[in-house]
Design a protein around this ligand. Sequence first.
Ligand SMILES: [Ca+2]
Length: 389
Amino acid sequence: HSLWDPHYIHSYTFYHLFVLSPLSTPSITPLMGSPMGLSCAGQFRCGSSPKCIRPSSQCDGEVHCDNGEDELGCVRLSGRSSVLQVQRGGVWKTVCSEGWNNWLGVSACKQLGYSRFCGSRPKYHTRIVGGNISKPGQFPWQVSLHFNSEHLCGGSIITSRWVLTAAHCVYGFAFPSMWAVLVGLTEQPVHGAQSLAVEQIIYHAHYRSNRLDYDIALMKLATPLAFNGIGPICLPNYGEEFEEGTVCWISGWGATEDEGEASVVLRSARVPLISTKTCNQPDVYQGFISSWMICAGYLEGGTDSCQGDSGGPLAYEDSSVWKLVGATSWGNGCALRNKPGVYTRITQALSWIRQQMETLAFMFTCRRRLDIQSTSKLSVHLQSSQCFG
Ligand SMILES: [Ca+2]
């Protein structure tokens, strides 16, 4: 069983893991004193910058501070019965209680990471190996990950700052400065596509190049994406099951035949999901399919993802909302009989994804806050213990 993409990238034995331990619920603590001489009277001060924002801009689901501190610590569990509460304008409101309205519901969902603005695209009246050429905007979440200015892998936009891909794309190569995320393009090489710098790369701590599990990674963009013509795909819900035979779409610039050249144009294909039971049969993948994997494609062969498609989306349209079911991971050859594509099962990775995004955002805020603290000669240990303890 071979992983997609050049294997030489795994020959490095450089362990560049940035493993973060789970932290308790982040909370905003105003800076003690005002190191920059700004009081922000009656306003909310962004921890990492001298910026002040209106109190109503705190916890409204939109980022106003440069590092998003205004949108941290907006959700909590309260009381003995652990009711879910959401902060709005400095007041905690209990979910679904009296006075709860649609606006608060949408705002709460945004806080919890469920943006209603994911997974939509313009209407198409249409349809890799055996796949069709895609039109601009057909897969607005699809990105091309360039390493040293060359397409290496695919990925999916999941928020304005995060791109999801496969761990085997970045393993041993998690150097942000060598990567660029290209968005809004259908043809390679690139003409006028938006290219974004990468601030941080994280892959699952349990991923190893000689194994197939935990094949998931996240790239944090150095600057947020503007969603014009491009947009995020929705993550599936916790515990959401996708049944055998559910028709999904794969897309990418991967090879159109095994060991072939990468495709110039973005290709896509319809692939039905295959149950783990079927995929683990002796003549298919003989028990190699774990809970971290999901199979899709045709046992008769002919249509499949291939080298260069790695990390890209396996997407499902659920009542006109597109959800990310999988990330292209591995396969035996491409489009061979009884060797369908295998994808990282996103529902299995949800906790990990949420944890990385929340923790990293929080750590960054803390680090910035500590920098400010140390220059102002205020005691650091309190902030330290709050951030890292
Ligand atoms: Ca805000």
